[in-house]
Design a protein around this ligand. Structure first.
Ligand code: UDP
Length: 240
């Protein structure tokens, strides 16, 4: 979509960020007492809460896998999370995001340890400002740790994209609306495996490679923030 807004001027973006700068991220874990694991995350103007339940017997029974657990991530955007009220309930977009997040998380979890079980990951977007799938997946990684679910690694996500011919990290709202491409990815930071990669818009092969490298670097930065939030919570619990 074309706009009159200048997204990139004098080396700076609309909100003053440099091309490779993330929005501010704040993560807190163990925020819901009825959930087995939980996380509250703010990423720029995104506010997301995640509650994890399980492993528990998968219901209905025909969904059970006798060899491994299933991951049920359910991404939902609250009606009040965006300027134009969002129609409540699942839609194509939320089903797609739930599916790709379930698959990404499933690669990190030792699913074979919990045959016939389900691990339920509820992702509620309270405020949305672009990049909610990355915010949701990153918060889910922390909530899974809080729930004590054994994982190979803590999955983490971040996007890069293109605005006015410039490859940039972590698109904000106007950049997402009026920019020319968005490339959200999730990785396993320890092994470097890519767990999710989606893209909309257009980039050249070189721009794609630059954006991918930038998003991977962004993931590693976000991963450090995840680990800090987890360490802080458990140091506090030990000291109590
Ligand atoms: N959005 C919206 N209404 C909707 C869906 C999305 O206003 O029904 C906004 C919201 O701010 C979201 C952004 O559009 O974060 C980009 O959505 P996209 O589908 O690219 O997913 P995201 O970037 O959030 O992962």
């Amino acid at each position: 979509m074309k706009s009159d807004i200048k997204l990139f001027e004098n080396g700076k973006r609309l909100d003053g960020r440099k091309p490779d700068e993330l929005r501010n991220i704040k993560i807190e874990t163990g925020v819901l007492h009825r959930a087995e694991g939980s996380c509250y995350l703010e990423w720029g103007g995104n506010k997301v809460i995640v509650a994890v339940y399980g492993p528990r017997e998968a219901i209905p029974r025909h969904t059970q896998n006798p060899l491994r657990a299933i991951v049920n991530a359910r991404y939902n955007m609250a009606a009040f999370s965006v300027d134009d009220r969002k129609r409540p309930g699942p839609d194509r977009r939320s089903r797609e995001i739930s599916k790709v997040i379930s698959e990404a998380l499933g690669h990190a979890i030792f699913l074979e340890r919990f045959p016939r079980a389900s691990i339920d990951v509820n992702i509620e977007v309270l405020e949305a400002e672009a990049g909610t799938r990355c915010a949701g997946l990153t918060a889910a990684g922390v909530a899974l740790v809080d729930a004590g679910i054994p994982m190979r690694d803590i999955p983490v996500a971040c996007a890069a994209g293109k605005i006015e011919g410039q490859v940039v990290l972590d698109l904000g709202k106007e950049e997402d609306n009026f920019g020319s491409a968005d490339l959200p990815i999730a990785i396993s930071p320890r092994t470097g495996e890519i767990l999710l990669l989606q893209m909309d818009g257009h980039m050249t092969g070189d721009e794609f490679n630059t954006a991918l490298d930038m998003a991977i670097k962004g993931c590693h930065t976000v991963s450090e923030i995840q680990k800090k939030a987890i360490t802080e919570k458990y140091q506090k619990t030990e000291g109590d």
